[in-house]
Design a protein around this ligand. Sequence first.
Ligand code: PMP
Length: 436
Amino acid sequence: GAACDGPLPVLGRDVTVPLVTGGETVYAALDYAASAPALQRVWDDVAAYAPYYGSVHRGAGYLSQLSTDLFEQSRAAVAAFLDCRPADQVVFTRSTTDSLNLLAAALPAGCRVFVFETEHHASLLPWGDEQVTYLDAPRTPAEAVATLERALADRGPSPSSRLRSGAGGPNGPALVCVTGASNVTGELWPVKELAAAAHAHGARIVLDAAQLAPHHPVSVRGLDVDWVAFSGHKLYAPFGSGVLAGRADWLQQARPYLAGGGASRSVARREDGGVDVAWHTGAARHEAGSPNVIGAYAIASACRALAEAGFDTLVARERRLVARIREGLAAVPGVRVLSLFGDDAPRVGVISFVVEGWNSSHFAAALSAEYGIGVRDGLFCAHPLVRTLLGGAPQEPGACDAPAARRPGERPLNAIRVSFGAGTPDEHVERFLRAV
Ligand code: PMP
């Protein structure tokens, strides 16, 4: 109902910023895909707990025990949020980037990796050159599934597959890494179908849910994915914490991602002068050092807050605002919205576009300076995808997010991205459309 259709309270709602045209305005944060403002509720939870935190796992004191309990409860809250299988592990990391690099470091020997060129660099780059196959950008979700099936069926046996057992079918272990929602187009990927294709060919799949989890329920069991990675700072928690959740076996066979205290159960000098180390099993194996307890607690709080707000309500509201932005942008001559799967493809609140005759960086700067609207411009750490969407824009070394000025008639070098979420008031969307 209408009462449920409003924004959730977030930090920074009342921040005012100066305008070059004189005066000031309330800042409109429309860059949720980069980092979403923390929910007020999460901030309050963290503030209530902050006076009591202590070092986890090692301290004998009361506050250390309290923190240890809350840290482990946070793991359980994340597992519930993701609808994990009972045997899955939730490892706290620094971010999605960290989670995927951790998984990359834990792959079994000879593991092949399949990744679409359309991925965010966090999903595109952690894998070793010799193990990764980049798949061409599909133009429909069905083409994505067909492309993956072909690539998996064609993969030859990996060099060390005969040395391994049980980790990936007749052709040796393989991993597919795929995004749930694009950080450029906001489009939803057919995760369930890609997971089925991966499993049918003896491969495993990790879901990059950095952009999906803040907008849609993610069910590990429902989607049948092997791992999920996401970041707290895009899920309405503060910076510095992330999650890798999923199957324990590969993680347990691997050397710890970070070596140090917390990951080691026992360390002893050997007679030959070296040391013998027995590493922990369980999530602690990959959480060496003093963990970010407040970060984990904040993620768990955000998970609970989103579940309580109800994804049905959040998704319905987001669909309404996406439709409003699409309709508003379509009415402005010269605006082209970027899309891989076509205009009608379902998407989360992430929309990238270019404006004929405008340098995207200047356009974004004007939205900020003249209207107090914060969007992002650039190639959004997904260079191959954005170049494809822009029609083969030239590759410029160092052109990542600071492209050269554009001359009239030239293809755009980069794009503008507007993104929003549970804290966005309708007024911000309307102001953005008026400004465009
Ligand atoms: N994957 C996707 C789809 C993203 O949008 C992002 C962040 N832009 C990342 C991974 C990386 O997240 P983080 O910077 O928090 O590691």
